[in-house]
Ligand binder design. Structure first.
Ligand code: FAD
Length: 494
């Protein structure tokens, strides 16, 4: 039976939505969450994450505050480094080519640590990402890429923990229930039309938080906004993020902002069907990438993977046949992440490079052999390889350089992974204020309407620092919930 009335309705049940719901409930509001998926599928894109979350921290001691179970021995063998909020802010600015919304990015980066503490206080547990973000050197794990902890149980663990907390706070969650339309009166939120079990009905409310994701799973919108070719890329994550929240807000005159022709898109298994886990193939900084003409086309080692992977999908899409190959040899193989293992992985292997080329369907074999030999000859042998730092082990004299971690591809057996482009989420979205209020085209607010998570535009352009999706959802979800609760209380006392 659906609630017919709530103070606040939250649309979606992923990270941003649940942070909003928890925050609104702790500020005294009666909250109803609507989720289009079934309970088994709950959690949206958030479920598909590793639960890795980026936040600013002064030093290891601050990180340890978020890890109450960490022993002294573990702490002693861990170098978390330091990631001041100024650096997090600079990362988003430089990666967006200085187009990001500075106000929103300041809020996100400055409030990232306190939001992590808030999550911890709401029973979300974290662990260091030893496996994927640190290499053990001289007995100590040294973190690189400024992303150091993940939720226990990854994305699924994060979603379960947020749902447990929502249940504890008495928040009602309706599954199999789609938000269809927003109801307003004189441009103030009054309710929401929902569809459940084939029937539409209205839930009356004072405020709504839209947290229903972007439009990455909507092929038609992808083609319209991102351009030709994006219709056929692999779709990652949640199949329900088709832009419903964007459509509903835009019908009310909500202002759109940000990089509507841009998206987070990675390189991954060329032949994996949509929505399957294990798509991404993120160890490319330790090998080389070639297209079907046999040519390298990016600097695989320009920066740590967290800072390059989200723009790589677009580069692959530009290649002939919209595909590429990742090449590794026996020396680099130990650095491959866990997603390179398994029967579903599209790869070929061979004891020699010539035999490998024979097996790489569609490749220009002669050109490929020339490319690998030219690459090997250009690698500096003076500098030591070190995966924990930007080691400067670079090529020289190549049109397409490799700036770090350049090891010759020379020791068999060799492996080639067939790679395509996979879209993760879209960057364009709604314009919001620092209080997460949705802004109208006339630059006033739409009273009672808030937004958080992927549906918000203006933060990321062209590129994105890994782990910041969960951060923006948590920071602005928490803010949206608080302000929606205050707004609804004000309305009730008027
Ligand atoms: C494979 C993968 C790995 C990732 N890894 C990371 C990572 O490690 N760290 C990180 O920070 N980010 C990661 N991301 C990005 C991250 O998932 C997102 O940025 C973040 O989880 C988005 O949260 P959200 O709450 O905005 O959206 P979502 O979690 O997608 O939630 C949106 C919800 O809205 C629901 N919904 C949609 N339309 C309606 C409707 N009309 N009515 C009701 N409900 C609706 C959807 O079903 C969904 O449950 C990853 C993404 C993918 C796909």
């Amino acid at each position: 039976m659906l609630n017919e009335q709530a103070d606040i309705v939250v649309v979606g049940a992923g990270n941003a939505a649940l942070c909003a719901a928890i925050s609104a409930a702790e500020h005294g509001a009666k909250v109803t969450v609507l989720e289009i998926s079934s309970e088994e599928e709950k959690g949206g894109n958030t479920t598909y994450t590793h639960g890795s979350i980026r936040f600013a921290f002064k030093d290891g001691e601050e990180v340890r505050q978020l890890l109450p179970d960490m022993t002294d021995e573990e702490f002693a063998m861990t170098d978390f480094g330091s990631y001041p909020s100024e650096q997090f802010f600079d990362d988003v600015c430089t990666m967006s080519n200085f187009r990001t919304d500075y106000d929103l990015t300041s809020v996100m980066t400055d409030k990232s640590f306190e939001t992590m503490q808030w999550l911890l206080n709401h029973n979300i547990k974290f662990i260091p990402i030893y496996g994927r973000q640190a290499y053990k050197i001289d007995g100590k794990f040294k973190f690189w890429g400024n992303m150091v902890i993940e939720a226990v149980g990854g994305g699924k663990g994060l979603v379960d923990a947020l749902h447990n907390e929502a249940n504890r706070l008495g928040i009602t969650i309706h599954y199999n229930t789609a938000a269809v339309d927003l109801v307003t009166e004189q441009r103030k939120v009054k309710g929401i039309i929902v569809r459940h079990a084939g029937e539409e009905r209205q839930i009356d409310c004072q405020a709504i938080v839209l947290a229903s994701g972007g439009f990455h799973a909507n092929v038609e919108m992808r083609t319209k906004y991102l351009g030709p070719g994006w219709d056929t890329v692999h779709t990652r994550g949640c199949k329900y993020n088709v832009g419903d929240g964007l459509r509903m807000a835009m019908q009310l005159g909500a202002r759109t902002t940000g990089n509507w022709s841009g998206a987070h898109a990675v390189g991954g298994d060329r032949y994996l069907p949509d929505y399957k886990e294990g798509f991404q193939k993120l160890s490319y900084p330790f090998g080389i990438l070639v297209n079907n003409e046999g040519k390298r086309f990016i600097d695989e080692g320009s920066d740590f993977r967290n800072y390059t992977y989200a723009k790589l999908g677009r580069e692959i899409l530009k290649q002939p046949g919209q595909c590429a190959w990742q090449i590794f040899d026996a020396k680099t193989k130990p650095f491959l992440r866990e997603e390179y293992e398994g029967r579903h992985v599209s790869k070929v292997s061979a004891p020699t490079l010539e035999q490998l080329a024979e097996k790489m369907d569609g490749i220009n074999k002669n050109r490929f052999m020339q490319e690998v030999h030219a690459f090997n000859a250009a690698v500096s042998s003076d500098t030591a390889f070190n995966p924990n730092i930007l080691d400067g082990k670079a090529t020289s004299g190549l049109d397409v350089p490799k700036s770090n971690w350049a090891n010759p591809i020379e020791e068999g057996p060799f492996e080639a992974y067939a790679i395509g482009c996979g879209i993760t989420f879209t960057y364009g979205g709604l314009k919001i204020s620092k209080k997460a209020e949705v802004i109208h085209n006339d630059f006033t607010t739409i009273d009672g309407l808030y937004a958080a998570g992927e549906i918000v535009g203006g933060l990321y352009y062209d590129n994105y620092p890994g782990g910041a999706g969960l951060t923006s959802g948590a920071v602005f979800g928490r803010i949206a919930g608080e302000h929606a609760a205050k707004y609804s209380q004000q309305k009730m006392t008027v």
